[in-house]
Write a protein that binds this ligand. Structure first.
Ligand code: PRP
Ligand code: ADE
Length: 180
């Protein structure tokens, strides 16, 4: 792990037993409160994608918006918010996915991407991978291509990154934490 990756990992705050007993909540808010770390964080994503052919950044509601917006701005490409159900006013495609308890649904406007667009999908964290996989399905429904899914944090014990890899997606995460 490089020095900057370690600096980012050290800045993540862990809250035990939140929101439920047994969960170690990995809180990215301290990374945003430190302007120096926030800049390094965004720059690391920019550096990874600036030489790639990226046509859009899809950012997942809600914490993915915080990262996806500055990345899209710096790359000079469109920002495509992937929103939770019922928030987008125009015609949508939607995809349901499993949560620990029950189901959720996310949506994209049908005109958000063009067929063949190369898309980076951005969120703060991959746990079970359900959210990222659903976002990738939406992108595929619009005949666009997922170049890579990107997150600050991967929780490999929850097998989300494994599910994403098995489904054929490339993954980039800056740091990993053991446990739930
Ligand atoms: O890999 P998964 O098991 O799908 O979990 C990861 C997702 O969970 C969190 O969002 P949450 O649904 O809590 O919404 P929020 O961003 O509105 O807090 C996180 O920001 C990811 O989007
Ligand atoms: N452990 C965790 N920390 C922060 N966000 C999460 N989303 C799902 N699991 C999470």
């Amino acid at each position: 792990m490089s020095a900057y990756e370690n600096e980012i990992k050290q800045a993540v705050r862990t809250i035990e037993n939140w929101p439920d007993e047994g969960v170690m909540f990995r809180d990215i808010m301290p990374l945003l409160q430190d302007a120096h770390i926030f800049r390094k964080l965004i720059d690391s994503f920019v550096h990874r994608y600036q030489k790639e052919t990226v046509d859009a950044v899809a950012a997942i509601d809600a914490r993915g918006f915080i990262l996806g917006a500055p990345l899209a701005y710096e790359l000079g490409v469109p920002l495509v918010p992937v929103r939770k159900k019922g928030k987008l006013p125009y015609e949508t495609v939607s995809q349901s996915y499993k949560l620990e308890y029950g189901e959720a649904e996310i949506e994209l406007h049908t005109d958000a991407l063009k067929a063949g667009d190369n898309v980076v999908v951005m969120d703060d964290l991959i746990a079970t991978g359900g959210t990222m996989l659903a976002a990738c399905e939406l992108i595929k429904k619009l005949d666009a291509n997922v170049l890579e899914v990107a997150a600050i944090i991967d929780l490999p014990d929850l097998k989300g990154s494994e599910r994403l890899r098995d489904a054929g997606f490339n993954i980039y995460s800056i740091c990993q934490f053991d446990g739930l």
